[in-house]
Design a protein around this ligand. Structure first.
Ligand code: ZN
Length: 336
């Protein structure tokens, strides 16, 4: 166990008593996960930029109250979990406990599906802003869950296919949407495809990938040479917009946490170039003729991310201690 202190302070250390929002099915799932990982193999991983020196420890506990080390690389700004569990352990948890941890429910219900449909509206709006006409396109979503995102793309003349590893969620999704949802991930999709896809969608999937270079290269085989890839991940520089609490940045299942720049560095090394994107992160990519292997060193980005997270924690503390009206006045005075 790493005994070092996280730079964000005591609240980000290995203890779960700050996590009183984890209750019911979530708390049960967390206990099962902590039990499952108690004897698993842990791997120390260098940053994707190749460096493992000069990483700062941000937290030793995540948003769920699961002990895990979250580091920021001071060379490039990428946040990673290290050491992390091995591939089989992640796989077992995704199959057995992840759904309950994420949703707080043990069953897959139509109500939950309807909620996901609502939550996918911004995704669908962005897709049609980026690619207004999808008619005739062969579209695949990897990690489609029960198809709430694909459901928004129905009726526009595109061929839609989704893949996910969770058999229960696929079968519920087939019932809810009538879509062609299949079991598996990128490898299964490659094995079963008749020809390359025009448009590949990954929503909240890329940050879970243990080996983004390997998976990214497989994506290159899945998409046609003039095709497109859409990637949505929770942008590190966007967190304050939906949560004023930095603990939510840290998620054991997000083995890498990206800003647009660090995502671009990974994608360029996999043979893609950015068409457009923002710090949400919504991003659109196309295959490129060259692979960018230039060094990543970008200390400015690391400083920018630290300069974003640290005040976030200070704001949270102020917010807790003062009546909200006074807090807002103080906040405007200090930060605006
Ligand atoms: Zn790095």
């Amino acid at each position: 166990m790493n005994e070092k202190k996280p730079i964000l302070g005591k609240r980000y250390q290995r203890r779960t008593d700050y996590h009183n929002y984890i209750v019911g099915e979530r708390a049960k799932a967390r206990s099962s996960i902590i039990k499952t990982v108690s004897n698993c193999r842990r791997l120390s991983v260098p940053c994707l930029c190749g460096r493992d020196d000069e990483s700062l420890l941000l937290a030793t506990i995540d948003r769920w109250g699961i002990p895990s080390n979250h580091l920021i690389c001071m060379y490039c700004g990428l946040i990673r979990v290290s050491p992390r569990w091995d591939h089989d352990t992640y796989r077992r948890i995704y199959e057995g406990h992840f759904w309950s941890l994420q949703t707080g429910q043990s069953n897959i219900t139509r109500e939950r599906f309807n909620l996901s449909i609502k939550r996918s509206v911004a995704f669908a709006r962005t897709i049609f802003e980026y690619v207004p006409d999808i008619k005739g396109m062969r579209i695949i979503e990897i990690g489609c869950s029960y198809g709430a995102g694909l459901q928004h793309l129905k009726g526009k003349g595109a061929l839609l296919v989704g893949y996910d590893f969770d058999r229960d969620i696929i079968s519920a999704g087939r019932e809810f949407t009538g879509l062609n949802l299949r079991h598996g991930g990128i490898r299964e999709a490659l094995n079963e495809m008749e020809s390359r896809y025009d448009f590949v969608i990954l929503r909240h999937v890329f940050e879970h990938m243990l080996d983004p270079f390997a998976e990214g290269k497989l994506l290159r085989d899945l998409v046609s040479d003039d095709g497109l890839i859409f990637i949505e991940v929770p942008g590190v520089l966007n967190f304050f917009k939906w949560s004023p609490d930095p603990i939510f940045i840290f998620n054991t299942f997000h083995v890498y946490s990206y800003c647009l720049r660090t995502l671009r560095q990974v994608m360029e090394r996999c043979g893609f170039s950015l068409i457009r994107g923002d710090e949400h992160i919504y991003s659109l990519w196309k295959p490129s003729l060259t692979i960018n292997i230039s060094p990543w060193e970008n200390r400015d980005e690391a400083m920018r991310i630290l300069a974003f997270i640290r005040p976030m924690e200070r704001k949270r503390l102020w917010g807790q201690m003062l009546p909200i009206r006074i807090y807002r006045q103080m906040r405007n005075w200090i930060y605006d």
